[in-house]
Design a protein around this ligand. Structure first.
Ligand SMILES: [Fe+2]
Length: 187
């Protein structure tokens, strides 16, 4: 694993999240730990996965929340302020089926034009897996419980509630594909 991109991602995420959003920072550290656990199934892009997991929610940082849609705000920040790796930026922009939430927010065009979905399905799935099996406090959970928790936090008829209900079957399918890839690893 190329650790330098992970070290850089940790410094950037910590600087943006730790003090203003400690719970989001705890979630971030949990997602990064999940990524390190499944990284061996990702091969050469293991460090990229861990870095993307570390930065996936950076767009929640209050000073970066320009549109209020955190995948887009975070990706633009990483692209424009840090000149970050293009694949890393595209992973952050599209994490956990952000495209479906972009549709709910009328931001589909902006997201797909600036940050096309990466054509590496297992890598994209792995970031879904890491995010959606981690609680808001950074603990371990199941995708089903995570979806239920998000629904109860935001409400059924909110933008996020509508998004997560549409995304739920896709999230579960991603998690299953990653679990299968991990199980197929030689021990
Ligand atoms: Fe997120």
């Amino acid at each position: 694993m190329n650790d330098s991109i992970v070290e850089w991602a940790t410094l950037v995420a910590e600087a943006e999240l730790r003090s203003p959003l400690p719970r989001r920072w705890a979630h971030t550290r949990g997602v990064a730990s999940r990524a390190a656990e499944v990284a061996s199934a990702i091969g050469n892009d293991a460090a990229l996965l861990v870095a993307a997991a570390t930065l996936h929610d950076v767009g929640y940082a209050p000073r970066l929340a320009l549109t209020g849609f955190h995948p887009l705000d975070g990706a633009r920040f990483l692209r424009d302020k840090h000149g970050a790796d293009e694949r890393l930026v595209r992973l952050v922009a599209n994490h956990s089926f952000a495209l479906l939430e972009a549709e709910e927010r009328g931001l589909r065009e902006e997201l797909t034009t600036e940050f096309p979905l990466l054509e590496q399905p297992l890598l994209v799935d792995a970031l879904v897996y890491c995010d959606m099996t981690t609680t808001p406090d950074g603990g371990r959970t199941t995708a089903q419980d995570r979806v239920a928790e998000i629904l109860s936090r935001y409400g059924d008829d909110s933008v996020v509630g509508r998004f997560i209900r549409r995304a739920a079957p896709e999230i579960c399918a991603s998690v299953e594909r990653v679990e299968a890839a991990v199980a197929a690893q030689p021990r």
